[in-house]
Design a binder for this molecule. Structure first.
Ligand code: PLP
Length: 398
């Protein structure tokens, strides 16, 4: 591996040359079953023909303009996003972190516009992950991502998801601007919040005039079988929401969605981006949206999720020495391991199965929403074979 690349990732050694749907192929044609999907990003699989067509068609027209010009694709995609969510308005960036950055700025600016600039505190949660920009790591629950980068920025508070009394007290404080939460924690280990939790926090935020921000970077765009995970619970809508990953199906794009009220401080000059929402990103984003938002795609995702979750629960029952439990929502599945999750991921590679890691010693399965059912069954076969191999290794070591 090249030492010309900053060593911030511990990379798996395989090199993939091409992909089709949930399959990846190495140069020598070896097929690997991809239940990582770019960590919930290739929502429609690799080389999806509709996305390839949208990208190549746009590539022959205009790649990039600047946000000082109208970009019709932005207007079209924003139309779709707002028509299918709580939101009235959208800002496009290039990543999840940028969507979070915009969400946090929007929240503070809202209070400044209301004549309450002292409201700057952002309540975040243990186990959460919101990205790697300064604001995003400060809002995130994993303190190690802040190590060596100077002090925590002012106005970022960390609480436990399980301590509703502390949450209520923090929301009621006069310096609180917003609360940010993933309806289904991704990196934290596929922890799905209940409708009860979300509705209670929604109620407390509304009562106190605090903005509710959802990070649906990982859980959004069909991953749980609804377009956005919070849509399973009527009345739990946020004021602001960050979306990215599957929004571009693998092409870099992120979006910050907000109600007109929450976005009222985001006036001319308040924010910007060179690449955000450029014509290439918008062409792919529109094609991905139209495919993901189809009821058939969402229903299929729910069926794949059921196949995988049931199958994994059966495997867990047969391998209680390896697996603690199966959790998550839809196709954001976490399998909490007894044994080391990183070692399990390596063992899965021997079966040519790709799975992701996650907090609380989880292994995550995040396959494309359109994964064929027979491929989901094949993933289960390979997952069980991995469990058997791990058990054999443990027996040998004993
Ligand atoms: N928020 C969540 C929930 C994520 O899972 C991620 C990335 O994994 C991010 C934010 C950051 O997104 P990006 O890596 O595109 O900046």
């Amino acid at each position: 591996m090249s030492d010309r690349i900053m060593a911030v990732y511990n990379r798996a050694p395989m090199v993939f040359e091409r992909g089709v749907g949930p399959w990846l192929y190495t140069q020598d044609g070896e097929a690997w079953l991809d239940c990582v999907a770019g960590i919930a990003t290739n929502g429609l699989g690799h080389a999806n023909p509709k996305l390839v067509a949208a990208l190549t068609e746009q590539a022959g027209k205009i790649w990039h303009l600047s946000n000082i010009f109208r970009i019709p694709g932005q207007e079209e995609l924003a139309e779709r996003l707002t028509a299918n969510s709580f939101a009235d308005t959208v800002f496009f960036g290039n990543s999840g972190s940028e969507a979070i950055e915009c969400a946090l700025k929007t929240a503070r600016k809202y209070h400044a516009a209301n004549g309450q600039p002292e409201r700057i505190d952002i309540i975040g949660f243990g186990g959460s992950f919101h990205g790697r920009t300064y604001a995003a790591v400060n809002a995130s629950g994993n303190a190690t991502y802040l190590e060596g980068f100077g002090p925590r920025l002012p106005g970022f508070i960390q609480l436990s998801l399980d301590d509703m009394d502390a949450i209520a007290a923090a929301i009621a404080r006069p310096t609180t601007a917003a609360l940010i939460v993933e309806p289904v924690q991704g990196e934290g280990g596929a922890r799905a919040l209940t409708g009860e939790w979300l509705l209670e926090v929604r109620r407390l935020c509304t009562e106190a005039g605090v903005l509710l921000i959802y990070d649906e970077v990982q859980s959004g765009m069909g991953r749980t079988g609804k377009l956005f995970a919070h849509q399973w619970f009527a009345g739990a809508e946020p004021d602001i929401m960050a979306v990215a990953k599957a929004l571009g199906g693998g092409f870099p794009v992120g979006a910050c969605l907000a109600t007109a009220e929450a976005a009222k401080g985001m006036t001319f000059g308040a924010h910007g981006s060179t690449f955000g929402g450029n014509p290439l990103a918008m062409a792919v984003g529109i094609a991905a949206f139209d495919e993901i938002a189809r009821p058939e795609t969402l229903d299929h995702a729910a069926k794949v999720a059921e196949t995988l979750s049931n199958g994994l629960s059966d495997i867990a029952a047969r391998y209680a020495d390896i697996i603690v439990d199966v959790r998550g929502k839809g196709l954001l599945i976490g399998v909490k391991m007894v044994t080391n999750n990183r070692e399990f991921m390596a063992a899965a590679r021997d079966q040519r199965l790709l799975v992701a890691g996650g907090g609380e010693n989880c292994v995550r399965l995040l396959p494309p929403l359109n994964m064929p059912i027979e491929d989901a069954k094949e993933a289960l076969v390979r997952f069980e074979a991995t469990c058997a191999a791990v058990r054999a290794t443990l027996a040998q070591a004993a």
